[in-house]
Design a protein around this ligand. Structure first.
Ligand code: ADP
Ligand code: MG
Ligand code: MG
Length: 889
């Protein structure tokens, strides 16, 4: 196995092996772009190291060989005392991951070679600045020394000299700082800073490997559902220097605006600086456009390279570059993160530019991004005091109590509070606080700062660099212009689309994307924004590609109409239990309590016309489209009063010697119907079988409603669905009764109704005997909520509160199986049942109506196993349409 690749040997498609950074450094090298030479140690090497606890000997040898080659090429040796080759050691996993070890720059400097570097560069200050940076980075990331100790020492040095920025420290100051830093290392790490350059490099490589299993990295992987066994690559890259004076510098750039998608010059540049300075907010950066004045030649070359990259990757790229005494070097590129809105806009723009086709465009967006665009926004007319404005780093409207550290953010959000994490700037230690918060506000840093990049990745609202806010994390408060103080716990609102910060709670308004789906905003109209236009086009791409149909879960005409506007092609689940609540509860109560057949029939007769009305309205709203009506599903006691409350009432009446016959009877019924485990009790088809007349009343209501719609020249397409069937016998009995009722209605009204009768598949036994069940069912609808409960044997209503957090933390599953279908378990039953059902009845219609029907990943699964449709709540329909389209390309 080959463990090390020169930059000239790899390419962008080798991300699994070389990590994202390494693969793209190789790609740029092979495109002929100016990349400092170097090599990449593979993820395979990392895995071997992590498994065995030591570096394989073959790895050591290969690194030596590649280092030799690099030294030959550069004409100097690593750490050579008169003219040292210096390198950076950079982590780089397949997916970019905060929490991985930070890069160590300037490896190869020592007490001796720092002199050589000074002489070669003709710049003492530069050499000592580079050395102090090495000790600082190495101490912190490799030796685990608290980084603040170095920061404090640096601050002290600046204070002593009465200067504010690091560039004002001279060689002598920096030399003293190096001595101080070395002492810190010695005290804190219990060892000297290593003087041997190869030892520095090897320790740094190992530290990168180890950081794969650091707590922050693990947390991030769980959050982003990145597998834990990928490992990270390590890049060793010869150094170029942006800290060699005013004709040097370092910067970051995007080929387009990652917030809007617009083409232009977006980025930040910092003169006389190295590495992270530009994103760390140490000094104020200048907009990239100003580089044109500073160094026109490098600027022009950079613009050209950006164009090359965008055409090559056919996508928005972000880049890191350094200018060393007027010479431009590319240090990183990757397909850049972007906001949800920009993703839609860029995808359609690239189609228009002829760079990608519709199918590829669909791969560039996601249902999760669409869902994000459907969130409400702040009401711009609201009269709430704006107290500041920062950079719109990640869109959304977030309201919450201000907290000033990660710990409090997590604690408060656990107890149900909405919080906004306010920091001067964030770093990887803030990750769990960022996850817990509704939004993130920082007073420093630009669009490429840690807060901005991470928030965008998480789809979280973020405003950064709001400089007029004075954030005091130690005293847990922030002072806004005018002197008002926001204390921990005060409510603030932040708008990640405009960058505005408000005191108090700002009311929110619907998003333009929802307005579009609702038919209140039309693409092409003057007031429609570009985003609506882009969403409209992407939805059309998806609708053209998809095979899955999308239906809605809706119980009333209002929801049905909305669903239709959102593009639903029918109703996949109408729950009739909601029709039994409200004023009708009493009738249901009477039905349950009925002692005699006549009493029961009386209450059924009362319910019939009401049910029929519901269905007429629903069929009318969904005219011409299928409507699947599920017969009553929940346990009966849900329609009766609460047992404790009722007992109290009875006891009270007794003590007051008031009449309480009815209450007593009710109480007895509640006791009779009480179940230890109602989820596995008398519900679904079982109810239909033990409460005579209940299901037939519902079937009659459906049939009569359909007949009425037909008479009104409508086109009702009702489907009757029997819940919780475990065996074909249950279905046969219900079906026989239903067929008879339908025949009666047809005869009485003189119409042919063509009502389909089918069943839910939501018990393991039903899935396992689906071949038999299909003999009595014209369609299956997978109830994946109940199927998940019964396959796993855990109750959806209880698990979230009890042990799911622990399960998620331990990585037993990356996401709740109630949210995303468990492919291996529940999924294989779905697949099995679909195949067995179709074997019995080739034209069996197959759908799904659990929560999973609107979950992006699950939609892909349902496409793969060949279902005909998914059904989900009205608001998730656009997401399901988009994902169904994405699944089909
Ligand atoms: P990250 O993954 O956090 O971006 P990088 O490995 O890209 O970490 O490095 C951190 C910073 O150091 C970046 O600004 C990068 O451009 C800079 N850097 C890395 N390697 C070199 C090098 N060989 N010469 C100069 N600057 C470098
Ligand atoms: Mg980088
Ligand atoms: Mg169910």
């Amino acid at each position: 196995m080959k463990f090390v690749y020169d930059f000239t040997e790899g390419n962008k498609d080798l991300k699994d092996l070389l990590g994202g950074k390494g693969a793209n450094l190789a790609e740029m090298t092979n495109l002929g772009l100016p990349v400092p030479p170097g090599f990449t140690i593979t993820t395979e090497a990392c895995k071997v190291y992590l498994d065995s606890g030591e570096e394989p000997t073959a790895l050591r040898d290969e690194v030596s060989a590649h280092l030799d080659a690099l030294e030959q090429r550069m004409g100097k040796k690593l750490g050579q005392s008169d003219d040292p080759l210096l390198v950076s050691v950079r982590s780089g996993a397949k997916f970019s991951m905060p929490g991985m070890m930070d890069t160590v720059l300037n490896i190869g400097l020592s007490d001796k070679s720092v002199q050589g570097l000074a002489k070669q560069a003709g710049d003492d200050r530069f050499a000592w600045d580079s050395y102090r940076r090495l000790i600082q980075m190495f101490g912190k990331t490799v030796l685990g020394v608290d980084g603040e100790l170095f920061e404090d020492a640096l601050d002290k040095a600046k204070e002593a000299k009465k200067v504010t920025v690091d560039t004002e420290l001279d060689a002598a100051d920096l030399k003293k700082l190096v001595t101080r830093f070395k002492k810190i290392v010695k005290t804190e790490a219990g060892r000297d800073f290593p003087q041997d350059p190869r030892e520095q490099m090897d320790l740094a490589i190992k530290a990168v490997f180890d950081s794969w299993n650091g707590e922050r990295a693990k947390l991030y992987r769980r959050q982003e559902r990145i597998p834990h066994d990928l490992g990270t690559a390590v890049n060793v890259c010869s150094m170029v220097f942006g800290n060699l004076g005013p004709d040097s510098g370092t910067g970051v750039a995007f080929t387009r605006d990652p917030a809007s998608g617009h083409q232009g010059v977006y980025g930040d540049y910092l003169q006389n600086a190295q590495g992270e300075d530009v994103v760390a907010g140490i000094r104020n950066t200048v907009p990239l456009a100003e580089l044109e004045q500073i160094d026109k030649q490098s600027y022009d070359q950079l613009m050209q390279i950006m164009e090359t990259l965008e055409n090559h990757y056919k996508d928005l790229c972000d880049i890191e570059f350094t200018i060393e005494r007027g010479k431009l070097w590319m240090l990183q590129t990757r397909v850049g993160k972007r906001t949800a809105g920009a993703a839609f806009r860029i995808a359609t723009q690239l189609v228009d530019q002829g760079l990608i086709d519709e199918a590829e465009a669909l791969q560039r967006v996601s249902g999760a991004q669409l869902a994000q665009l459907m969130f409400p926004r702040f009401d711009e007319d609201a009269k709430v005091a704006q107290v500041g404005r920062g950079i719109a780093a990640s869109p959304g409207a977030a309201v919450g109590k201000a907290v000033f550290d990660s710990y409090t953010a997590v604690k408060w959000s656990r107890s149900g509070e909405k919080v906004i994490l306010v920091r001067r700037e964030t770093n990887p230690d803030d990750l769990d606080g960022m996850i817990a918060a509704e939004g993130i506000l920082t007073s420093r840093g630009g669009k490429t700062s840690h807060a901005a990049v991470v928030a965008r990745g998480m789809g979280k609202t973020c405003v950064c660099g709001a400089e007029e806010l004075e954030v005091d994390t130690k005293r847990r408060r922030m002072t806004v212009p005018g002197g008002h103080v926001v204390e921990e716990g005060d409510v603030i609102s932040i708008d990640g689309s405009s960058g505005k910060v408000y005191l108090g709670e700002v009311p929110v308004v619907p998003s333009p994307v929802v307005e579009y789906f609702e038919g209140r905003m039309h693409p092409g109209a003057d007031d429609a924004d570009e985003l609506v236009e882009a969403v409209h086009r992407m939805m059309a791409f998806a609708d053209r590609k998809r095979r899955l149909r999308v239906r809605a879960n809706a119980d009333n005409a209002e929801d049905a109409l909305r669903a239709r506007r959102f593009g639903a092609q029918g109703i996949g689940l109408c729950r009739t239990e909601h029709m039994f609540l409200g004023d009708r509860r009493e009738m249901v109560e009477r039905l349950i309590l009925a002692d005699t057949e006549t009493e029961r029939e009386e209450s059924l007769k009362q319910l019939l016309p009401l049910q029929k009305r519901d269905f007429v309205e629903l069929f009318e709203a969904m005219d011409g489209l299928p409507v699947t009506v599920r017969l009553l599903d929940p346990p009966l006691h849900e329609f009766l009063p609460d047992i404790t409350e009722l007992s109290v009432r009875v006891a009270l009446a007794e003590s007051r010697q008031e009449p309480h016959e009815n209450e007593l009877r009710l109480l007895q019924a509640v006791h009779r119907l009480h179940e230890q485990n109602p989820m596995l009790g008398l519900r679904g088809v079982r109810l239909g079988l033990v409460v005579p007349g209940l299901f037939t009343m519902q079937v009659r209501a459906i049939a009569e409603a359909a007949a009425e719609r037909k008479a009104a020249k409508g086109d009702p397409r009702a489907e009757i669905m029997i819940p919780l069937v475990g065996t074909v016998q249950e279905l046969e009995i219900v079906r026989e009764e239903a067929d008879q009722v339908i025949a009666e209605v047809e005869a009485a009204t003189g119409t042919r109704l063509k009502l389909a009768i089918g069943t839910m598949i939501e018990l393991p036994r039903a899935a396992l005997t689906a071949g038999q069940i299909a003999e009595a069912a014209q369609f299956f609808s997978f109830g994946t909520n109940d199927l998940t409960q019964t396959v796993w044997g855990f109750s959806r209503d209880d698990v979230e509160a009890s042990f799911f957090t622990a399960y998620l933390e331990k990585g037993i599953f990356g996401v709740s199986p109630f949210e995303t279908i468990d492919r291996d378990g529940v999924g294989s039953l779905v697949k099995l049942a679909a195949e067995a059902g179709r074997a019995t009845r080739p034209d069996l219609k197959l759908g799904v109506c659990g929560e999973h029907g609107g979950d992006p990943e699950s939609v892909h699964f349902f496409h793969e196993v060949g279902l005909d449709y998914v059904s989900c709540s009205p608001f998730r329909i656009p997401v399901a349409r988009l994902e169904a389209g994405r699944a089909a390309v």
